[in-house]
Design a protein around this ligand. Structure first.
Ligand code: GLN
Length: 197
């Protein structure tokens, strides 16, 4: 295998540090990305959980909206968790005014679908492609995927709602594996980045 992949974590807002730790544990070189020059240097990118409206605004402010859309469209591997899943959706069902996404996955998402902050919960989730049993899904004001296009593979559902998907080199989960100490989803993404090089 060639050299260790360099994976960025979009560091505009959200739980950046936890993703950097999880990626390092999954044998990647992990770095925060805030500027287009930093984006140009990574082999793949994680879009963290946080608040998708804020990430959308800051991405525009930092001049990252277009460069990110271009790299994702050109096949850069990306992994979005929670707000990050929303940012990778081609369409949001209930966007706040002016809210935009990077796109990359042909899906429609519903924000805050599982309820408000105080309705956050944890549940075991079986994810296709992740071995050795279910992962602990941490759902915090989590979105679900309302519908997907033909190119999208559904990797997991919770109570009949789609919570993990993959389309080509784009991966997204409604929940937050970076908060659990279980790095199997990050390892899956690191493998996708390796395969993409
Ligand atoms: N509800 C948030 C949003 O719309 C996502 C919450 C999260 O990332 N934990 O962006």
């Amino acid at each position: 295998m060639s050299t260790t992949p360099v994976i960025g974590v979009l560091a505009l807002q959200g739980d950046v540090r936890e993703h950097l730790i999880a990626l390092a544990a999954a044998d990647a070189v992990a770095r925060p990305v805030r500027r287009p020059e930093e984006l140009a240097e990574v082999d793949g990118l994680v879009v963290p959980g946080g608040e998708s409206t804020t990430i959308s605004k800051l991405a525009t402010l930092f001049g990252l909206m277009e460069p990110l859309r271009e790299r994702i469209a050109a096949g850069m591997p990306v992994y979005g968790t929670c707000a990050g899943l929303i940012m990778l959706a081609d369409k949001i069902l209930d966007p706040r005014s002016g809210q935009e996404t990077f796109g990359g996955i042909d899906m429609i998402v519903r924000r805050n679908a599982f309820g408000r902050q105080n309705e956050s919960f944890e549940a075991g989730v079986t994810v296709r492609g992740v071995e050795d049993g279910p992962v602990e899904g941490v759902f915090i004001r989590a979105p679900w995927v309302e519908s997907v296009g033909a190119e999208v593979e559904v990797l997991a559902e919770h109570e009949g709602h789609i919570v993990a998907v993959r389309q080509g080199r784009a991966l997204a989960t409604s929940f937050h594996p970076e908060l659990t100490g279980d790095h199997r989803l990050h390892a899956l993404f690191v493998d996708m980045v390796r395969a993409g090089r």
